[in-house]
Design a protein around this ligand. Structure first.
Ligand code: CTP
Length: 401
């Protein structure tokens, strides 16, 4: 990804200050970053701020009209970019894009470029909900190179509570990473991908449980990657509402393995691919006390009973068009046990990932793996971000015969 060229177009909204975080993160990650500010954007953040964060002078309309470059600036910038991100996108700039207008450097450069464009609008709720703005938002999304990050709901700078907040910097950064990987291809349109994420909890009483250290990051990365490639995504997770809140993803919160199984069984008939990234319990306490057990009543040994294997149960119901993919978090030799699980659970593919290597496994931002399929295909995935690994796994599944 290093050396990829990202052009950020900033228009005039208060969310412009949040884009500074995006510029800073991209430059630190080694991307080449350039930014264009509209006249209105300069009322919110200065070219000096943007130039400093990009490690390159910011572009403004003054430079455009003064022809300080050998070639027209909008052509040069349009050809330079691998990806164009418009954040924040105001109602005014959105309307100009829909009508193909070009009255400043930013809008001229959109027309002079052919790369994918990521749109992150931000505005007051009433502005966002205006039928004309909504009409424009729908219209722009019919353009193949336009990728959208709809605003979320929350407390806005105008003190309104409603929809209009620009997507968070982390969400914008994830979408940028995906678009650089896919070059804007939506190869999973029409596919319904059912995912599980997080560690299940098996309660002994209302305050004590058997659990595991899974944080669900791999499952969330898979949901993002699938969504960015145009799939319909359902995420069954144990992560709580805030963590798993991915706009555009249908998300079902569960706690125990039994609840996870029930939710997955309900969604399974409509799914094309089922990817079990969740760390599901193998056993649960033999009994549950609805009242908190006093310390003195806690057993010195815990009676356990097995939890049914969800993947095995799903494999028995699988239709020919469906693909079932598991994960095997392993220490030591990761391949042999994963191969055994692939065969025993009758899976189409499995991702074996080490939990005893630095920067991979539970809770880590990055991961590494060996992908195996039932026909003997093997792919080694070198350490990379969980989002990169998610894309590679989706490619691996896409290539299953
Ligand atoms: N899995 C499942 N239901 C369970 C336990 C695991 O569907 N009750 C799924 C996991 O989501 C994962 C795969 O099976 O995709 C492998 O899980 P793992 O814990 O590695 O394998 P186990 O079969 O539990 O074997 P072991 O614990 O002995 O390694």
């Amino acid at each position: 990804m290093q050396g990829k060229r990202i052009l950020i177009g900033i228009s005039g909204g208060i969310a412009a200050y949040k884009v500074c975080e995006v510029l800073s993160a991209l430059a630190k990650q080694g991307f080449e970053v350039r930014a264009i500010l509209t006249q209105a954007a300069q009322a919110f953040i200065t070219p000096l701020t943007v130039s400093t964060l990009c490690r390159h002078p910011a572009y403004t309309d003054d430079m455009f009209w003064q022809a300080t470059h050998d070639r027209p600036l909008h052509i040069e910038l349009g050809e330079w970019a691998d990806l164009f991100v418009l954040a924040p996108l105001t109602a005014n700039t959105l309307a100009k894009l829909v009508y193909g207008m070009a009255d400043n450097l930013l809008t001229n450069t959109v027309l002079a470029s052919t790369c994918p464009v990521l749109l992150a609008p931000a505005m007051n709720t009433d502005m966002w909900e205006q039928p004309l703005v909504q009409q424009n938002w729908q219209a722009i999304q019919t353009q193949a190179r336009m990728h959208s990050l709809a605003p979320s709901a929350g407390v806005l700078a105008c003190d309104r509570v409603g929809t209009g907040r620009m997507a968070e910097p982390a969400t914008i950064l994830a979408h940028i990473e995906s678009l650089l990987y896919t070059k804007g291809q939506r190869d999973l349109v029409g596919k319904h991908i059912l995912l599980s994420a997080g560690g299940t909890r098996e309660f002994l009483d209302p305050v004590r449980f058997l659990g595991n250290p899974s944080t669900g990051k791999m499952g969330i990365a898979l949901a993002q990657a699938a969504l960015h490639r145009g799939a319909t995504v359902t995420l069954v997770h144990t992560l709580g509402a805030t963590l798993a809140a991915l706009p555009g993803v249908r998300s079902l919160a569960v706690t125990s393995a039994d609840e996870m199984q029930q939710a997955l069984f309900t969604c399974f008939p409509d799914a094309d691919w089922i990817i079990m990234a969740a760390a599901v319990a193998d056993v649960k306490p033999a009994s549950y006390s609805p009242e908190k057990l006093p310390k003195r009543s806690l057993p010195s040994t815990l009676s356990l009973k097995p939890v049914p294997d969800i993947l095995t149960a799903l494999a028995a119901l699988k239709q020919p068009h469906q693909k079932l993919i598991g994960f095997a978090a392993q220490s030591g030799d990761i391949v042999a046990p994963a191969l055994e699980k692939l065969q025993r659970k009758k899976l189409d593919a499995i991702a074996a990932n080490p939990i005893d290597q630095p920067d991979s496994g539970f809770g880590s931002e990055s991961n590494q793996a060996v992908f195996l399929d039932e026909q003997g295909r093997k792919q080694v995935v070198a350490p990379c971000s969980k989002l990169q690994m998610a894309h590679q796994l989706l490619d691996f599944v896409q290539a299953l015969s």
